[in-house]
Ligand binder design. Structure first.
Ligand code: SF4
Length: 342
C-alpha cells in the first residue's frame, strides 16, 4: 500500500455515508436473529438476579465475558450453563460465585468449561479473578483500569463488561467488528489488530454511537458479513463496501496459491536430494573423524613403543656401564700387586 493511499483514507475519516451504512445495518439486524442476541455475554447470567443481587450478576457477566474470548457464543453458553449447574450441585450457595469457584478443584473447573477455547488458561484466570474479587469484599470492579488488572481480561472484555454494567467507556472490538470495520474502510489499512481498529474507531465514531457498534456489528458478522465467505448477495450495504467493490481491497486476505502436481514433485525431488546430500556429508564427516582418531591412536602407540625402546636401550647401556666399571675395579688390585712386585 502506497503512502498516498493511506493519507487518502485518513483524510476520509469519518467515512462518507457511515451513518447511512449504520442505519442499514440496524435494519438488517432487525430481520435476523444471531447467536449474540440469545447467547451473548449479557444473556448468560442467572435470570432475575440483576436487581436482587447486583454483585453476583456482575460476577457472572464477567465470567461469561472471560469465557467468550475466541469462542463461539453457543459454546460459551454451554460452558456457562455447565458451570452454573455444576457448582450449584456440588457446593450449593449462590452457584456460580467467587467462593464456589475457589472451592472447585482446577481439573473439575477445566472439565466444566471444556467446550471453550483455551480452557486451561481460562480456568486459571477464573480462579485468580475469583480470589481477587473475594479479597475485594466480593465486589466486582466497575472501572476500566481495575478490570484490566484482572488476570486474562483485555480491553475488549473489560469494555464489554463495563458496557453491560451500564458504563460506556469505549468500543469493544472483537474479530467480527475488526473485520467489518476493515471491509467498510472504517479503519486504516495498517490497523491489523482489534485493538488498533478500536483506537481508530474511537477517534471518529461519535460517543453516542459507541454503545450500539459492538452489538450491531457482531450479530451482522455472525450471520451476513462472516469472516470466511461473507453472504454479500444478502447485504444491503454492498454499495458502500470496499471489500465488495474492490478485488484488491486491503481487507482481503491474500490467498496462498495452490501448488501444481509438477511443482510438488519438483519440491519432493529437491527435498530428497537435500536429504541424500546431508546423509553423504554426515558419512563423510564420520569417516574423516574415524581416520583422525586412528591416526592419533597410531601416533600414540608409536610414541609408546619409542619410549619403551629408549628405556630398554638406556637400561642395557647402564648395565653394560656398570659391568665395565666392575671389571675395572676387579682388575685394579692385580695391577697394584704387579706394581709392588716390580
Ligand atoms: S458486501 Fe459483503 S463484505 Fe461487504 S459488508 Fe456486505 S456482507 Fe460484508
Amino acid at each position: 500500500m502506497s503512502k498516498k493511499k493511506v493519507t487518502d483514507i485518513e483524510d476520509l475519516f469519518p467515512p462518507p455515508n457511515w451513518r447511512k451504512v449504520l442505519k442499514k445495518v440496524k435494519q438488517m439486524r432487525k430481520s435476523i436473529v444471531s447467536p449474540v442476541d440469545t447467547m451473548g455475554a449479557s444473556c448468560l447470567s442467572e435470570k432475575n438476579i440483576q436487581k436482587t443481587d447486583r454483585e453476583l450478576w456482575k460476577f457472572q457477566i464477567l465470567v461469561g465475558v472471560m469465557l467468550s474470548s475466541l469462542t463461539k457464543d453457543e459454546m460459551t453458553a454451554k460452558a456457562m450453563s455447565q458451570l452454573k449447574d455444576g457448582l450449584k450441585k456440588r457446593y450449593g450457595g449462590k452457584g456460580l460465585c467467587s467462593a464456589n469457584i475457589l472451592k472447585c478443584p482446577n481439573d473439575d473447573l477445566v472439565e466444566m468449561i471444556s467446550c471453550v477455547g483455551f480452557k486451561n488458561r481460562k480456568a486459571v484466570s477464573l480462579k485468580k479473578m475469583a480470589q481477587l474479587i473475594q479479597d475485594n469484599g466480593d465486589k466486582v470492579p466497575e472501572t476500566l483500569p481495575e478490570l484490566l488488572k484482572i488476570h486474562g481480561v483485555g480491553n475488549k472484555m473489560a469494555l464489554l463488561a463495563l458496557q453491560i454494567y451500564g458504563h460506556v467507556k469505549g468500543i469493544p472490538v472483537d474479530s467480527h467488528v475488526c473485520v467489518i470495520a476493515q471491509r467498510l474502510n472504517w479503519a486504516k489499512p495498517q490497523d491489523n489488530t482489534p485493538d488498533k481498529v478500536r483506537v481508530t474507531l474511537e477517534q471518529w465514531v461519535p460517543k453516542e454511537n459507541w454503545e450500539e457498534i459492538n452489538f450491531l456489528l457482531v450479530g451482522f458478522g455472525q450471520v451476513i458479513c462472516k469472516t470466511v465467505k461473507p453472504v454479500c448477495e444478502n447485504c444491503k450495504i454492498s454499495k458502500y463496501c470496499g471489500y465488495f467493490n474492490d478485488e484488491n481491497h486491503w481487507s482481503r486476505k491474500k490467498k496462498k496459491r495452490r501448488k501444481t502436481k509438477k511443482e510438488k514433485e519438483k519440491e519432493k525431488e529437491k527435498e530428497n536430494k537435500r536429504k541424500k546430500k546431508k546423509e553423504k556429508d554426515r558419512k563423510k564427516k564420520k569417516k574423516k573423524e574415524w581416520k583422525r582418531k586412528e591416526r592419533k591412536k597410531k601416533k600414540k602407540e608409536n610414541r609408546q613403543k619409542k619410549t619403551k625402546k629408549e628405556l630398554e636401550s638406556s637400561s642395557e647401556e647402564e648395565i653394560k656401564k656398570r659391568k665395565r666399571k666392575q671389571k675395572k675395579k676387579s682388575k685394579d688390585p692385580q695391577q697394584k700387586s704387579k706394581k709392588k712386585r716390580f
